[in-house]
Ligand binder design. Structure first.
Ligand code: HEC
Ligand code: HEC
Length: 225
């Protein structure tokens, strides 16, 4: 006989099993189904692939941005990814458009990607608030002293994007990237990438934090949190 208690337990079971299924459990299957793994690496034990690595997506991306990107992908690397055989030859082999997911799939995939981390959670950061004067000085470092702008798009004083295209665009970095990841990337990119095309810099701790904060201040919609 099915008692109310049993009904409750069965309901509870289905609720938990259902939650599991739509959460982390379903997504490795979704990765295969959507063939994300033909272009991206989901583990660093795989051989290099042509698109950016995702095995540290949980360290790198802000969840909200990631979910909106998966539904409505945008171009971040205007000259293609550095591992694309046509990189900088004017004709990246991969020219998009990037596959898009529906809302439910994007939610599942986001949960899965946010669970992928190396080596573990990155230490959280206290970043300095940049005064107007400091911001100008960091902008000069970014544009002149270190020539970051030769490879990365950022904003000019009129808030127009400008800059080189061989590196990922930074114009929405403040919504897209996690500050603790940007800090670690600037400190030691080799934690994440073995054959990078970006010069290695030796920043002192203060410059490192200011540069991270400067990058995090880049947002397409400056009012967004
Ligand atoms: C045909 C190859 C291909 C497939 C299939 C593909 N991607 Fe991508 N993906 C790319 C390329 C190339 C980029 C870089 C685009 C850019 O920077 O403009 C990219 C960018 C991304 C990014 C942003 C990464 C970053 O570091 O900026 C995420 C997240 C992502 N893809 C997830 C996925 C997921 C999830 C799937 C499966 C639903 C998928 N991709 C399928 C080629 C692919
Ligand atoms: C010679 C070109 C070049 C210069 C100069 C350069 N970068 Fe990069 N940067 C790249 C490339 C290319 C990547 C992508 C990683 C790769 O494939 O090597 C990258 C990645 C990044 C990323 C991670 C972005 C992402 O979405 O993955 C940040 C942040 C960054 N650079 C900031 C800077 C800063 C700050 C400077 C100056 C201090 C700088 N870069 C100078 C080429 C450059």
């Amino acid at each position: 006989m099915i008692t109310p208690k049993k009904t409750f337990l069965i309901g509870l079971f289905l609720l938990i099993a259902g939650g599991w299924y739509t959460g982390a459990g379903a997504s490795p299957a979704l990765v295969k189904e959507k063939q994300c793994n033909t272009c991206h690496r989901f583990s660093n034990s795989e051989a290099e692939k042509s698109a950016p690595d995702l095995f540290y997506a949980g360290n790198k991306f802000q969840k909200k941005w990631l979910e909106s990107f998966l539904k409505q992908p945008e171009t971040i690397r205007l000259a293609g990814h550095t591992h694309d055989p046509g990189f900088l030859k004017g004709v990246p082999e991969y020219a998009g458009p990037h596959p898009a997911l529906n809302s439910k799939e994007a939610q599942q995939m986001t949960n899965h990607l946010m669970s992928l981390k190396i080596p573990k959670e990155l230490p959280l950061l206290e970043l300095p608030v940049l005064s107007k004067g400091t911001r100008v000085r960091v902008k000069i470092l970014f544009e002149r002293d270190y020539s970051c702008i030769a490879c990365h798009q950022s904003y000019n004083l009129a808030r127009q994007p400008r800059g080189g295209v061989s590196g990922p665009s930074l114009i929405d970095a403040g919504r897209r990237l996690r500050p603790e990841w940007v800090y670690q990337w600037l400190k030691n990119p080799q934690q994440f990438i073995t054959q990078g095309k970006m010069p290695l810099y030796k920043f002192d701790e203060e410059t490192l934090r200011k540069m991270t904060q400067y990058i995090m201040s880049h947002k397409k919609d400056p009012k967004s949190k």
